[in-house]
Design a protein around this ligand. Structure first.
Ligand code: ATP
Ligand code: MN
Length: 477
């Protein structure tokens, strides 16, 4: 007999037909009703066991977490809350789950406890919903770019360029910790290491992606990146997935358009394709927010927030305007910011970004034209000589979701910048070559995939939107 999925059966009208389904028991009540889940949907299918004709021992083994194979008749449900159910004729226990030992019981577990059981937490409603949305979002990412003429490029994970400057890096070496060859001045001699030079895990595929944009026109990366930053926040991971489009013949305005269109498109995709999961996550979030003081609760539900982003324009504001707004803001005047804003040139902290997005504009904001000296060397210098064509996309509840820029395409200006920032130009010979041979205006941005999943699912902590989070002091599983 063909095995059906729970999601198929729940919308099926093949009443009185024999069906077979395999899954895991979520609950078993009154010695009679199994709530069965197979991961195909957040919903369970009710399987009604004829307990009078089922042996005692089998009944005992129908426990939360057990894997079962069920054959039976699909019928219209008499009970409330479901339209169909299965009248079980044959039940086989495929894998037992001892209720005294199984950690995931049908009750509310803390997020912390579930992180410690990350190998099992995907069996809960919350995590299975998040992970299905994550999967749908990754598909939507590829769909968007593929349908818009972008080529997918796989940039290296192990990188030999240490000039990316996006964050602290993890070193890649085959040397034994206490037995590395040394140079004359006592340093480690990496010329004898596997790659013959210092290598690290990549913090961004941007520089390599630029080389491809200058041949294929429109490209994007979507892969893992690594940052050894010791920031224990709800928005930082040591290993995260980044999406980095890079487009030739595109200026900063085009880049802002792309980021906005892209984000709206992938969120619209999950609104359309993940209805059940989003409905569950919305109700979870609303419940969670009830424990917060009224003032901290959001005015919109999860699905309303997603629609709001999809249906409204992002507000585009220059860094200079933003500084004025912040300087004159209530929290700044009342000295409520941890980092007060006094003058032009200050780096914006997450508290400032969140004020702009959540309190002032109340919508996604794209900040652009930042001071040159707080941004990376490759961003295009404006004619004012002090700002660069950088942009950050800021989201409510998240802060920075994407950061990008128009790239400096002028050889001399770029070389100058590299030198004044004290970067070894020899390391960047290939990057500089792009400006020597057929240079052109080009732009791109990097968007943290997990921050996007956080926004789409309403999860407060980034550790809860990736299967096995890597954070300081934590690399279990
Ligand atoms: P932040 O200021 O939030 O640390 P950043 O300025 O270091 O971010 P970029 O170097 O511009 O970020 O990286 C591009 C995008 O990657 C960010 O907009 C963010 O969405 C994401 N990102 C950066 N660092 C992390 C991290 N440690 N964990 C998860 N996502 C990250
Ligand atoms: Mn960072």
């Amino acid at each position: 007999m063909m095995i059906s999925s729970v999601s198929e059966l729940l919308v099926s009208d093949k009443f009185l037909q024999e069906v077979q389904v395999k899954g895991w028991v979520r609950t078993f009540r009154s010695n009679r009703f199994i709530a069965l889940n197979d991961g195909s949907t957040i919903k369970n299918i009710q399987c009604v066991v004829d307990f009078e004709n089922t042996d005692e021992n089998t009944l005992k083994r129908i426990a939360t977490g057990a894997a079962v194979n069920i054959k039976g008749t699909l019928i219209e449900s008499q009970g409330r809350g479901q339209t169909v159910e299965i009248q079980v004729s044959e039940l086989e226990i495929l894998g037992d789950s001892n209720p005294d030992e199984y950690p995931i019981q049908p009750k509310k577990h803390s997020m912390e406890f579930l992180r410690e059981n990350a190998h099992l937490r995907v069996r809960t409603n919350t995590f299975s919903a998040v992970m299905r949305v994550r999967s749908a979002l990754s598909f939507a990412v590829h769909k968007y770019f593929q349908e818009n003429g972008f080529n997918y490029v796989n940039t290296p994970i192990v990188t030999g360029s240490d000039a990316e400057g996006a964050g602290e890096m993890f070193r890649v070496t085959t040397f034994e910790p206490n037995d590395a060859p040394t140079t004359e001045d006592g340093g480690v001699d990496y010329s004898q290491d596997f790659f013959g030079k210092e290598t690290n895990l990549t913090v961004s595929g941007q520089l390599e992606a630029e080389t491809f944009a200058m041949a294929l026109g429109k490209v994007y990366t979507f892969g893992p990146t690594f940052r050894a930053e010791n920031s224990n926040t709800t928005r930082h991971l040591a290993e995260f997935w980044m999406i980095e489009p890079e487009v030739a013949f595109c200026d900063l305005d085009g880049n802002m358009d792309l980021s906005e269109d892209f984000i709206k498109s992938v969120l619209a995709y999950v609104l359309e394709h993940c209805k059940d999961d989003l409905a569950f996550l919305e109700q979870r979030l609303t419940q969670e927010e009830k424990s917060k003081p009224q003032a901290e609760r959001s005015e919109m539900t999860l699905i309303e927030k997603l629609h709001f982003v999809v249906d409204n324009n992002f507000k585009r504001v220059s860094y200079t305007e933003a500084i004025d707004i912040l300087r004159n803001s209530k929290p700044n005047k009342k000295k409520k910011f941890q980092f007060p804003i006094n003058e032009w040139g200050a780096d914006l902290q997450s508290e400032h970004e969140r004020y702009l997005v959540e309190k002032h504009f109340k919508c996604p904001v794209i900040l652009f034209d930042y001071p040159a000296n707080i941004k990376a060397f490759y961003m295009r210098l404006n004619d004012d000589g002090k700002t660069v064509r950088a942009m950050d996309v800021l989201f409510p509840g998240i802060g920075e979701i994407a950061g990008g820029s128009q790239r400096e395409e002028r050889y001399d200006v770029l070389l100058d910048k590299i030198k004044t920032m004290g970067i070894d130009e020899k390391e960047l010979w290939w990057y500089l070559d792009l400006r020597k041979f057929g240079t052109a205006v080009h732009s791109g941005f990097g968007l943290g995939f997990e921050r996007l999943v956080q926004f789409a699912t309403g999860m407060g902590n980034i550790r809860d939107v990736i299967p096995f989070p890597r954070t300081p002091q934590n690399a279990e599983f």
